[in-house]
Design a protein around this ligand. Structure first.
Ligand SMILES: *[C@@H]1O[C@H](CO)[C@@H](O)[C@H](O)[C@H]1NC(C)=O
Ligand SMILES: *[C@@H]1O[C@H](CO)[C@@H](O)[C@H](O)[C@H]1NC(C)=O
Ligand SMILES: *[C@@H]1O[C@H](CO)[C@@H](O)[C@H](O)[C@H]1NC(C)=O
Ligand SMILES: *[C@@H]1O[C@H](CO)[C@@H](O)[C@H](O)[C@H]1NC(C)=O
Ligand SMILES: *[C@@H]1O[C@H](CO)[C@@H](O)[C@H](O)[C@H]1NC(C)=O
Length: 708
């Protein structure tokens, strides 16, 4: 048994010797050994590649030098040393043998700006780099040994970080250190030669095409060293190019020093490192190497023969691809929704401003466009409201850029649009009215269920506010002079409506809030909303009583008749109000006209004067105004003076007749009848009760039309 084993062992030893002797023989200097290998992917070649640190061969065949962890190093060397020195028995006179290598690599940065730090192709005396550091040392050297002549390291660096060498003392390419460059290094990371990454197009060899190392796409590199001429060629280009660029990026670089660096046996391979903030995954997809012989040429690596390139997931920092996809999808949906919303809002706005014109609306000179009014009033904003009256809301607006050209837009929502066509016809003609005591009606606009009336804007507010609100707020009592002028102005305006224009216009709603005061304290009668056109001398018959309680003549409640005489009644009440500073009625127990009449009968009419005036008034004028007011308030319409007479009295052109107490007085019964009858029409608005109505009977409106 023992001898058998011994002879078996010796037999095995014999075989071993037979096998190994030729290998040893190859190592003799005379027979120049060659090294030649090609890795098209690294599957099954784990034993031929020695990896350290973060480097690993992945199951898909890719050699990954580092992943994107921060501050890692990785090295990968061919497991056997390569003889690169030609000594011919005399080591002092050695030359470096020719070699050629090619590899395809991919650098995937963690984000487009934050890749780092790069990798090297290295000739090293050892198949690893003990003590090598990360970041700018690229897993090749360390702060201690950087630049030492004893390193015996030659490297081509693929550097993706800009200017990092500024921070490291003694690095000679510090100042102009650029990112994305190739460096040729001897014993040091300070490059002997540096070139920005690029290639020369075969079709236009004079032009250098730049490209990014950390593009996430496969890039091919060639390094050829020619021993006899001691020169080096280097080429790098995107592997997607159809053919290798003929002109190298670095050509015929003389490297005599290489012989001082290269030792007899050198390991070839790669080192790579990432940084703290900047990191990339560095992959080698394939690698071929050839040395020895005359002009060795490393085998070409066809992209199609290599394993699939790693997926390029370099996107915005920190997000993985799923989160990123989700973000992209969500933001896409959001953008679409916002766009839809935007268009919807625009559409709605358009719709709001859109005008649907009926035929009759088209050629009226006083028609305004809704969109102009819309922009003039800032979209009928609440802060543009200057008043809310019996008929609707009044907005202040600016029709042109000049600040003086202001308008008041009265927005009315009638109960029905039935009579609007006829009403507009009236307005068209009312637009021609022009008198210094009338608010100028500029035009109108119909929009959906709204009717908009455009007037001149009168800044001082209404007589109502001057009589009541202003004194309350600031104690500014309207002087007697002003009151008398205002009263005369109103009378003059009414006279114009009743007699001086081509048609009789009954105002129908004379009251302080419808009298606007302009800058010159000149009164202007406004709100023609209730005015009806009359043919001269005729009366209109309406089904709805219009007016304001306290100013409505008694015959209105009984017969619904509205005439210039009922305007005179209202003016009488207004006149008494101007003098006394008291509202015409308070919830049915006090009636201004009755009260003044009583005082008149008792011979103490001056008691009626507004106590806030003190004694600052003209007794004659006051008495005149009160008596004229009483005359106007006569129960019988026919007994009231015309506006022409009223104005003559007030101007002192005519003596005021005596008031017949017995004839003037009205029975309480008629007044209570009035009160009960009016209830159904009353709508209470902001202190004054108005009956707001546009409904016009067909009869009355057609009579208006036919009257023209
Ligand atoms: C790599 O491994 C494959 C399969 O094991 C083998 O065929 C090939 O020769 C190896 N390549 C090198 C360069 O060793
Ligand atoms: C080696 O070469 C040098 C000069 O090239 C010479 O001086 C030296 O003698 C040689 N040594 C041997 C052992 O041949
Ligand atoms: C050694 O150097 C000498 C002179 O420099 C040269 O002629 C000779 O060929 C060299 N020897 C070898 C082996 O290269
Ligand atoms: C280096 O490139 C030049 C062209 O620029 C070429 O003539 C030469 O043969 C190349 N050398 C090697 C070793 O590839
Ligand atoms: C390379 O050789 C030159 C002179 O030939 C010398 O000045 C330089 O320091 C050498 N460089 C290295 C890295 O050995």
């Amino acid at each position: 048994m023992g001898t058998q084993i011994r002879s078996m062992v010796s037999l095995l030893l014999m075989f071993f010797l037979i096998l190994t002797v030729p290998v040893r023989a190859q190592r003799t200097p005379t027979e120049t050994p060659t090294t030649k290998f090609t890795f098209r992917g690294f599957i099954g070649n784990q034993s031929e590649i020695l990896t350290t640190g973060a480097a690993t061969i992945k199951t898909d065949g890719l050699l990954r030098l580092t992943d994107r962890s921060s501050n890692v190093v990785g090295t990968a060397f061919y497991h056997k040393p390569v003889r690169l020195l030609e000594t011919n028995g005399n080591s002092t006179n050695a030359t470096v043998r020719s070699f050629s290598t090619s590899f395809v690599f991919v650098i995937i940065p963690s984000s487009s700006n934050d890749g780092g730090y790069g990798f090297t192709f290295t000739l090293s005396p050892t198949p690893n780099r003990p003590g090598a550091e990360s970041e700018q040392y690229m897993g090749l050297l360390s702060a201690e040994n950087n630049g030492d002549l004893t390193n015996h390291v030659f490297a081509v660096e693929f550097d993706t970080v800009q200017g990092f060498k500024d921070t490291v003392q003694g690095f000679k390419d510090g100042a102009d250190g650029i990112g994305n460059h190739i460096g040729i290094n001897f014993n040091s990371l300070a490059s002997e030669v540096q070139e920005p990454v690029g290639y020369y197009d075969n079709n236009a060899p004079d032009r250098e095409e730049d490209f990014q190392l950390q593009s996430g796409k496969p890039i091919q590199a060639f390094l050829d060293y020619d021993g006899p001429t001691q020169t080096l060629n280097f080429t790098v280009y995107p592997a997607s190019l159809k053919s290798r660029p003929i002109k190298p990026l670095i050509s015929q670089l003389p490297v005599q020093n290489l012989s001082q660096i290269v030792q007899e046996e050198m390991y070839v391979g790669f080192t790579a490192a990432t940084g703290r903030d900047k990191s990339s995954a560095h992959y080698v997809m394939g690698w071929s190497f050839s040395s020895g012989g005359d002009g060795p040429i490393a085998e070409t690596l066809e992209l199609s023969e290599l394993p699939r390139a790693p997926p390029n997931t370099a996107k915005n920092r920190g997000y993985n691809s799923q989160v990123l996809a989700l973000i992209v999808a969500l933001s896409g949906v959001t953008v679409i929704l916002l766009a839809l919303l935007f268009f919807f809002v625009i559409y709605k706005k358009r719709l709001q401003q859109e005008e649907i014109l009926e035929d009759w609306e088209i050629d009226h000179p006083h028609r305004f466009q809704y969109k102009d009014l819309y922009s003039a009033t800032d979209g009928f904003k609440e802060n543009r409201i200057v008043g809310t009256g019996g008929f609707g809301t009044v907005f202040r607006g600016k029709i042109s850029s000049s600040s003086s050209d202001q308008i008041a837009v009265k927005k009315i929502t009638p109960n029905s649009m039935q009579g609007v066509r006829e009403f507009v016809a009236e307005i068209e003609s009312l637009g021609k009215l022009s008198h210094k005591n009338l608010v100028n009606l500029r035009g109108w606009c119909k929009h959906k269920n709204d009717l908009l009336l455009i007037y001149d804007y009168i800044p001082n507010g209404s007589l109502d506010s001057l009589l009541y609100s202003k004194p309350r707020q600031s104690g500014a009592v309207l002087s007697w002079n002003a009151r008398f002028q205002i009263a005369k102005g109103i009378a003059s305006g009414l006279l114009y409506l009743h007699e001086e224009w081509e048609q009789i216009v009954v105002h129908r709603d004379v009251k302080p809030s419808n009298v606007l005061i302009d800058d010159d304290m000149n009164p202007r009668l406004g709100d023609f909303g209730l005015a009806r056109l009359h043919e001269r001398g005729s009366l209109s018959y309406t089904t709805v009583v219009v007016g304001t309680i306290g100013y409505m003549a008694p015959e209105l409640s009984r017969k619904g008749k509205s005439s210039s005489a009922s305007d005179v009644f209202a003016f009488g009440v207004l006149l008494l109000e101007i003098v006394s500073g008291r509202r015409p009625t308070d919830s049915g127990t006090f009636f201004l006209a009755d009260w003044v009449m009583e005082l008149h009968a008792n011979g103490e009419i001056l008691t009626a004067v507004d106590p806030r005036l003190g004694s600052c008034y003209d007794v004659g004028e006051v008495k005149l105004a009160l008596v004229v007011g009483l005359l106007c308030c006569h129960q019988r319409p026919s007994s009231r003076p015309s506006m022409r007479m009223v104005l003559r009295y007030m101007n002192g052109d005519e003596d005021v007749p005596e008031i017949d107490d017995s004839d003037w007085g009205c029975s309480n019964s008629s007044r209570s009848e009035f009160g009960s009858k009016i209830e159904g029409y009353v709508s209470s608005e902001k202190g004054s009760s108005s009956i707001a109505s546009f409904s016009v009977t067909r009869d009355s409106s057609s009579s208006v039309i036919s009257g023209r």
